[in-house]
Design a protein around this ligand. Structure first.
Ligand code: HEM
Ligand code: ZN
Length: 179
């Protein structure tokens, strides 16, 4: 996972719980003197270990924590990459372009990013079916990103997670109802 994602988790933890907790988490889960550089990659296990401790500190489960993190992550990414997000004038246009446009741009900007495969299909004017596939199984983070995206466009959404690799399905299906 890119340092950028760790930087976002760092910002969230410091904002919610303070610098001391972040320092403790680094000490517990990382090699000495760890500093996250946005464009470099760090082990996925490190992110998950930190996220697990964050969940404990917040009294939430992993699912809730990854959703909250994903929601925060959308705003963070939109701040770091304003040009990419500004291409889109609505929630649904952005969602159907995640793979072909957004992550395709990410592919050009970062060296060997680990991205999920996402395909989004418009079912009707208020419904999008999104298929999420990734060996990292961060579908709850994807859900959070979608909530964050909805907030960005002042839309309200509901998401039904109808199939899930965490329940032994071959991929995750998110049925997004919006506007
Ligand atoms: C990684 C989904 C929008 C840039 C990821 C991951 C997910 C995801 C779930 C974690 C990796 C994995 O699952 O395998 C989404 C969704 C989005 C969205 C659902 C919209 C609602 C964006 C935007 C940007 C972005 C707007 C930047 C402009 C990235 C980057 C990574 C990433 C840099 C990390 C790659 C790495 O660590 O190697 N995305 N994303 N994404 N995404 Fe997105
Ligand atoms: Zn899932």
């Amino acid at each position: 996972m890119k340092g950028l994602i760790f930087r976002c988790l760092e910002e969230l933890v410091i904002e919610q719980k303070g610098m001391d907790l972040w320092e403790d988490l680094l000490e517990q889960h990382c090699p000495e003197d760890r500093v996250y550089i946005s464009a470099r990659s760090y082990p996925d296990e490190e992110l998950l270990a930190i996220a697990t401790s964050v969940a404990n500190a917040l009294g939430l489960n992993m699912e809730q924590t990854l959703k909250a993190f994903g929601t925060y992550l959308f705003t963070f990414l939109a701040k770091k990459h304003p040009a990419i997000v500004k291409e889109f004038t609505s929630f649904d246009k952005l969602i159907i372009s995640i793979d072909d446009v957004i992550h395709n741009e990410v592919q050009k900007l970062y060296e060997e990013p680990n991205l999920p495969t996402i395909s989004a299909t418009v079912i009707d004017p208020n419904t999008i079916e999104l298929i999420y596939n990734s060996p990292r199984q961060l579908c709850f983070c994807a859900e959070g990103l979608i909530y964050g995206c909805a907030e960005h466009f002042n839309e309200s959404v509901t998401i039904e997670h109808t199939t899930c690799t965490h329940r032994s399905d071959p991929y995750c299906t998110l049925i997004i109802t919006h506007g």
